[in-house]
Design a protein around this ligand. Structure first.
Ligand code: CUA
Length: 158
């Protein structure tokens, strides 16, 4: 036999339902009203022919407009190619990255740059470097025995 709900059970159940609805509402608002979402793939690429496909046929840094640099980087177990990115202070760097093998994670210390690097997809993230300094690049997704060796550096010169 089902007994009537206790007063406290009703309060707990009621507040749980309200909490759930508020949470779902907050997610719906952030997605549909504020347009907040995870970074999506900037493009697809065949991981087998990355080094023959532009722009990854020429990895490296180039200035695309005054103060704006493009850093084309290939992730491969267990290194970034190139591993050192050098730009002058005040630059904006657009990182364009893909992986030729497994999942890697691209993080630049001391900045908000943090993105997944997924074989078959092109990752694009932009970062401004107002001040000179050295900013380590690490892989934050376990990618095998040499994962901890996968580091690099953004060198921002005065
Ligand atoms: Cu690449 Cu961990």
């Amino acid at each position: 036999m089902i007994r009537a709900l206790d007063k406290y059970e009703r309060i707990i159940l009621g507040s749980t339902i309200v909490g759930l609805l508020l949470g779902i509402g907050a997610i719906a608002l952030s997605v549909f009203e504020a347009g907040i979402h995870l970074p999506t793939a900037e493009g697809r690429i065949n991981p087998a022919v990355v080094r023959q496909t532009a722009p990854f046929d020429q990895p490296g840094v180039r200035e695309v407009s005054p103060g704006v640099y493009e850093a084309v980087i290939i992730a491969q177990a267990w290194q970034w190619d190139p591993s050192v990115i050098e730009v002058p202070a005040g630059s904006e760097v657009q990182f364009i990255i893909t992986s030729v093998d497994v999942l890697h994670g691209f993080q630049v210390w001391g900045t908000r740059t943090n993105a997944m690097v997924i074989p078959g997809q092109i990752t694009k993230v932009s970062q401004r470097f107002p001040n000179a300094g050295e900013f380590g690049i690490v892989c934050h997704e376990y990618c095998g025995i040499g994962h901890h060796l996968m580091y690099g550096e953004v060198v921002v010169t005065p």
